[in-house]
Design a protein around this ligand. Structure first.
Ligand code: ASP
Length: 344
């Protein structure tokens, strides 16, 4: 027992409320040592914990692909050294980062557990301490064969562990800030941490981790609403440099059938834009064949996103376009699951 190797966890601190401190100008990111000083009981887990932090921790509203590359590199560079990774991150864009990392960490077989908090560690009443401790415990959890229980990117927050690329932040005030509306949670954080084994991601092959660093940010999200005008639609579709559009449609993937609208969409597709149908509803998905209004979009060349979240749709497009796939390949990938982001 004595000689048994200790579980090793790398914590990557990017910023966010979890490590912020109160200043006269409001909450501001602070450094990692402040955060760990406030959680001495983490040592009781018996893990060997190391940490790295962004040179300048950020509010996650400033998150972007350059920062994603930094997180991916931190994990890839030390992948063999650690059993699991915890990413401390602001909640505001956590679901985007969780989705982006799921695509960028190709062939991931170890836990990457993202967490943060709604109130800073060190505040009198807060959620950060428990979230951090649970995340570290999840990152170190192994099955009876010694394999990691989690082999994908997840968010561990308050009472649940959810798949990263299925997550959405749905409240700015509640402690249970994240939800997976279209896929069961992967675990419950109760008295014990109980994993929902049939739903955990498993891969057939054991290829080495292949980090990806070329997310293409030239994506537009176009949100439909009753009364949207031709000028507004055309101006957005004419945005310089965009390569793909996430079209936020109504209900089961429906959109207006006015001729000007359908023409604008099919002209954009003919001009090479990829248009991805993602419903505005949090639960359910685009079933574009169900209604005439949705079918018209398919006929105009729009690709159905089924039950994908907008966060996963945006980052999947960044990933696929950045990978240099052909339009045909991208069309196929958009309709199939790569890392469990949609039910195909
Ligand atoms: N604005 C903060 C951030 O996302 C909010 C949080 O951490 O909850 O960095």
């Amino acid at each position: 027992m004595e000689n048994q190797k200790k579980t090793r966890i790398l914590i990557i601190y990017t910023g966010g409320t979890i490590g912020m401190v109160e200043t006269p100008d409001g909450l501001q990111p602070f450094d990692f040592s402040h955060l760990m000083d406030n959680v001495p009981k983490i040592s009781k887990l018996g893990y060997e914990i190391e940490s790295v932090q962004f040179p300048q921790p950020i509010d996650s509203s400033n998150m972007n692909p350059t920062y994603w590359n930094m997180i991916v590199k931190d994990i890839a560079d030390r992948y063999e050294e650690f059993d699991g990774f915890v990413v401390l991150h602001g909640t505001d864009t956590m679901a985007y980062t969780a989705s982006a990392l799921a695509f960028m960490l190709r062939n991931l077989r170890k836990p990457v557990v993202i967490t943060g908090s709604q109130l800073p560690i060190g505040a009198v009443r807060e959620d950060g301490t428990e979230n951090l401790i649970s995340a570290v415990e999840v990152a170190g959890a192994k099955d009876e064969n010694g394999d990691p229980i989690i082999q994908e990117v997840v968010i561990s927050f308050q009472d649940y562990i959810i798949r990263g690329c299925r997550s959405t932040k749905f409240t700015s005030t509640g402690f249970e800030a994240f939800h997976s509306f279209n896929y069961p949670s992967l675990g419950a954080i109760d008295l014990h941490i109980v994993y929902n084994e049939p739903y955990l991601l498993r891969h057939d092959t054991k290829l080495p981790l292949e980090p990806f660093y070329n997310m293409d940010p030239n994506i537009l999200v176009m949100w439909l609403y009753p009364g949207i005008t031709e000028d507004v639609v055309k101006a957005q579709l004419a945005t310089k440099g965009i390569k793909a559009v996430v079209l936020r449609t109504f209900g089961a993937g429906n959109a207006p059938t006015e001729q000007w609208f359908l023409n604008a969409i099919s002209d954009a597709v003919k001009n090479g834009l990829i248009i991805y149908n993602v419903t505005q509803c949090l639960n359910g998905g685009a079933e574009s064949k169900r209604y005439y209004t949705g079918d018209m979009l398919t006929k105009a060349g729009v690709i159905s996103g089924y039950d994908i979240t907008v966060e996963a749709a945006v980052t999947k497009l960044m990933y696929l376009i950045g990978s240099g796939y052909t339009k045909e390949q991208i069309t196929d990938y958009l309709q199939t699951s790569i890392v469990g982001e949609l039910s195909d």
